[in-house]
Design a protein around this ligand. Structure first.
Ligand code: CU
Length: 141
């Protein structure tokens, strides 16, 4: 092989490696995107806000129906501090006060039932609600 042929071969090889690298990078990003979506889906089924954007002391929505085993994301929507007390279920409650709008936590509800909820600082002001957990086989999508 003459020197110019060798140079062409090396150039072709290098180009091949670059293309292969780009394809691997792209497929890696696709896999990452899929994983992120799965994490979101698993993270929370429904969102309940604590405090409205306008500063009202309410849960939004006030009542939520979910299937047993699903997760709810509780998110501070406005004017805190808020917390979450689930009647007779300290293990599902979130007693620490949340001050920052956008602050959130997820809670899974495994046992069917109707659970009264309230915000401790604002219970007297009417910040109460309900989480209705239905058996998974009775849940409609
Ligand atoms: Cu509150």
């Amino acid at each position: 092989m003459n020197p110019s042929g060798l140079r062409r071969l090396l150039a072709a090889l290098l180009l091949g490696l670059v293309v292969l690298g780009l394809v691997l990078l792209w497929s890696g990003q696709q896999a990452q995107a899929t994983t992120d979506q799965a994490t979101i889906d698993q993270a929370a089924t429904a969102v309940m806000r604590l405090g409205s954007e306008e500063g009202f002391l309410v849960f939004q929505p006030e009542r939520l129906t979910i299937a047993a085993g699903e997760r709810v994301r509780f998110e501070v929507g406005g004017l805190g501090p808020h917390n979450l007390i689930v009647d007779s279920h300290p293990e599902w409650s979130h007693e620490p006060l949340s001050f920052v709008v956008g602050e959130s936590w997820d809670q899974q509800f495994d046992t069917p039932g109707r659970y009264a909820i309230w915000c401790e600082p604002h219970r007297a002001a009417g910040m109460t609600g309900e989480i209705n957990v239905v058996a998974a086989e009775n849940a409609t999508e």
